[in-house]
Design a protein around this ligand. Sequence first.
Ligand code: SF4
Length: 394
Amino acid sequence: MTDVLRVEGLSTRFFTEQGQVNAVEDVSFTIESGEVFGVVGESGSGKSVTALSIVDLVENPGKVTDGEIWYRHPELAERAREAYDEEAVDGEYVDLLQLPERERRALRGPDFGMIFQDPMSSLNPSVSVGEQIAEAVEVQRRAEANPRATRSRTQGYGLGSLFTDALLPTKSYVSEESRSRAIELLDLVGIPDPEERYDEYPHQFSGGMLQRAMVAQALAGEPDVLIADEPTTALDVTIQAQILDLLSELQEERGMSVMLITHNLGVIARMADRVGVMYAGEIAERGTLADVFEENVHPYTKGLLGSIPDLDDPAPRLNPIEGNVPSLLDSEMGGGCYFADRCPKAMEECLEKPPEFACEDGSDEHAAKCYLADHEYDEATALPDDYFTGDSDE
Ligand code: SF4
């Protein structure tokens, strides 16, 4: 299969008053055409910032400081070869990080669709759900007619449009065609009576229906890559299952690639073809679903899997990973493996310098950022249990 996206050595930092926060550190992975790439990890592991870095939505004081994001787009590559630096192009791929903001913004919608965790805060409460979807369709339509105009009305779609809207307040921003397409999309994502519901506001939709509306909005531009960031977290289990089924159906029908971000390994097991496990801003382990679930190497992956309740053999107590996610403040990050203080297999060498991936290029080979990926656990050099807590009896 062809890679649609190759992320190589991506680092994103936040420059706060407290100091530099290394939210994403040297992250590499690929997403193939038509596959679901799952990104899993605890809160604060850098999953969402990775996604935001891809679509150029990292807000101040954050900044992508390093890396390359190669996106397959033959037409854009052709154009970029002439308009920008030669180094921004590699065959049919273009490095998104070397494109101007205008070009990157234009990719949101037709190339990259996004579904966020909380539809209530993503949709405008004072505009009907249908109109918000129609607006996404309209933006796409206008952008195709005029590639320079790519902003929605709420983003300030050109001075001309603002002026017209101000002079003609009753004139709808969206065309009849866009309205019809929005109704089709509402129907496609399983919203009953889509024509009537078009005019309803977000507060009139249930959580599940709102999430379906978010999916419809993300599909408005017919994207090649759908980034779904915790798309089912706020929903109850039954609705979660419905939304996941819907995403699966749409992904298969349209041959879309999906980057699915979640902290829920059950969602990953159900949806993903390949997986990246993130910890402290890094990919700790990546591989196929079978690699990560059955042949895992990294103690963090093992810990995540071990903390899932087994319904066939219920344990009296859950088995959580002890400790907390480390601070990502540069000044507080140690020099060794970031997982060492929670790792049951930590050895002396783990404190000396961070382990590296055997394959750095983000390919689909199974790899883990752990010394145990290339040699056996050495009990003779194991750190004592109380090494980090100092809870010694002596
Ligand atoms: S490198 Fe060492 S501390 Fe880090 S996860 Fe592997 S065994 Fe544990």
